[in-house]
Every structure is written in C-alpha cells, then in structure tokens.
Design a binder for this molecule. Sequence first.
Ligand code: PLP
Length: 374
Amino acid sequence: MTEFAHRVEQVSISGIRKVFEAAGEDAINLGLGQPDFPTPAHAREAAIEAIETGRTDAYTSNKGTLAVREAIAGRYDADYGQAVDPEDVIVTAGGSEALHIALQAHVDPGDEVLFPDPGFVSYDALTHIAGGTPKPLPLREDLTLDPATVEAAITDDTAVFVVNSPANPTGAVQSEADVREFARIADEHDVLCLTDEVYERIVFDGVHRSPFEFAESDNVVVVSACSKTYSMTGWRLGWVVASNRRIERMLRVHQYGQACASAPAQYAAEAALTGPQDCVEEMVSAFENRRDVVLDGLTDAGLEVPTPQGAFYAMPKVPDGWCDEVIDRGVVVVPGEAFGANGAGYARLSYATGMDELEEALEIMREATRALSR
Ligand SMILES: Cc1ncc(COP(=O)(O)O)c(C=O)c1O
C-alpha cells in the first residue's frame, strides 16, 4: 500500500505561492514575508570565518553550540529580565522548525490547538501534521486576539493555544494586559501557551511583552528566530526556549528530524545576537516610516485599516474583487483568506519593500479601489 498519510493529505501548499505565480514578472511584490535589508556584515563575516577555520565541518551539539545558546539566553536576560539556562534552549532551522517540534512534542491525535484567524499559515498545517485538530479563533476589530476568546474556546481536549505578537498577517501587537491574561490562562487551565515571537524586535507603538515573563507555571514555550530581526530568513536559524522537561521532549523530535541547526548559521546568529544592534534599530525605523506612508495611502484610498503596531504588514478591509483588481494592475498582495476563513474581506500587504515602489503601489491601489467603486 502506498497511500499517503491522512495527516499530510489535510495540508495544502500555501495560498501565498499561488498569488506569486499569478503575478507578472515586473510586478511590485507586496506579498513577501521577509525584510528587504542585508544580513548584518558582522554576522556574515562570523560565518565566513567559522567556515574558513574548519569549525563548521562537523555536527554541533543537538541543541546548538553552547556559545549561541548563551547568546540567546543573554537576550532574554537583557530584553525581558528573564534568566534562561542555555540548557533550556534548542537552536532550530528557523522559527518554522521551532513551531514544528513544539507541536510534535505536545499534541496527540485528537488534541485541539487554538490559534488566531487570520493567522500565520503554519499553525493550521503543523497542527494537522501533528495529528491534532485546528481550532481557529476570530480576532477583535483591531485584529488582536482577545484572551477571553481563548479562554472560552478551551475544552478538555485543548493541548495548546498559540499567541503571535507582533503578528503576521495583521501587524497587531498584544497589550501587556492581554499578555498577562494569556499567561494566567496557561497557568489556570493547564494548557500550553505557544508564543511565536519571531517579530519581537519589530515594534513601533507600545512594547513587546511575552507570556513567558508572567506565567507562574512552565506552561509557556517561546519560539523566536534571527530571520526577521536580522534579515536572516535564508540562514534558517531560530530557537525554542522552555522548561527543561519540555526542552527534553522537543529535543527528541529535533534530534531525529534535524540533528542540529546548520553550523555556519549558528556562528552568524551568535555574532548577530551579541554584536552591535544599531542595524536592528535602523531597520525598525525604516519600517515605521513605511508603515506611516502605507497607512496614509490606504486611508486616502478610502480603505479601513487597523493601525499595525509591529512586524511589516498591514491588513486593510477590502471590497470584493479588490485583490484581483490590484494583482491585474501589477501589484502582488495576498488575499486575507490565505490566512484563515476570517481573513476573507481583508488583504495582507507587506511593506518590506523600498519607498519608491511602495508609493507607486499605493497609487495603483488607489486607482484599483476607485475603479471598483464606479
Ligand atoms: C509569525 C511567523 N512565525 C514563524 C515564521 C517562520 O520564520 P522562519 O523563517 O524563522 O522559519 C514566520 C515567517 O514568516 C512568521 O511570519
């Protein structure tokens, strides 16, 4: 018998790809989920030096080199005042693998996983791959996730709820009060809060807080990565931080699926995390300027758009046929339904693209909106 596994048959290739394929070659691409900045030179150089001196020829420890785990642990101390033991960190192939091992280690067939809808596409797919049952949750009008919605959706079968702040595809940042509530819910209901913080450093308004800071139990697993913060999506370098018993379970999945994260990427990450951080500040300030331009442009076009407070996405409410109209005119945007059923009637725009292209794209969106309202 060569039938495919039911878990995998339930997953389809991301709707985002389909949009790219539909767009012309010289289209302005506002569909991409990665920064348009180079990886910092000191990170690249650290990888080159490690390669040239032969330090990347062998497997590293399964969890990652001690030096990069110390660098990651050091950031939690510096950014959140949280002491993290480097033994409680696993370095992974991007935030993607981190989410995968967290769900594999905590979800049994039939267990429910709650996550935001619209939300990052991996939560639904990885839940299926773990044999679990996806439970998408609607968002508030401002596109944040209401802790009360999470609490009301918890059943005896709930294993995990996912929090993602700042969020893809909405750019929404959860308030400290919400984050404290997520921590309380994880403690009181004894369910795991999987907090996806890959955009943690890209915040314009307010401050990023983590449920990890507030939980009294060990029911929080933190996922983050160098991908967005240091424009290192191609390096594939992320991590999980959790209590030792949870790390030991996730390590079983990581060890057999991955052995260790790529060694050159680990050296680059160590340099990125411990080196000068002004490159991050410059990138965030460029994103903030663009966010303001996008917000003004969309509002001028007559679209309603909740103010994104972080990441590099905006999610306006759009009329029927808007995405097709915009894509036909040469600007790639992603229809909201690619991020879940509740994304219908929205579009995701990424502003990880130069200001000139962005302004041109906004003009095209204005024309497309006008054409539709005629
Ligand atoms: C919310 C969110 N989590 C995780 C990831 C995965 O990141 P990585 O490239 O580190 O695997 C992404 C990538 O777009 C994302 O948007």
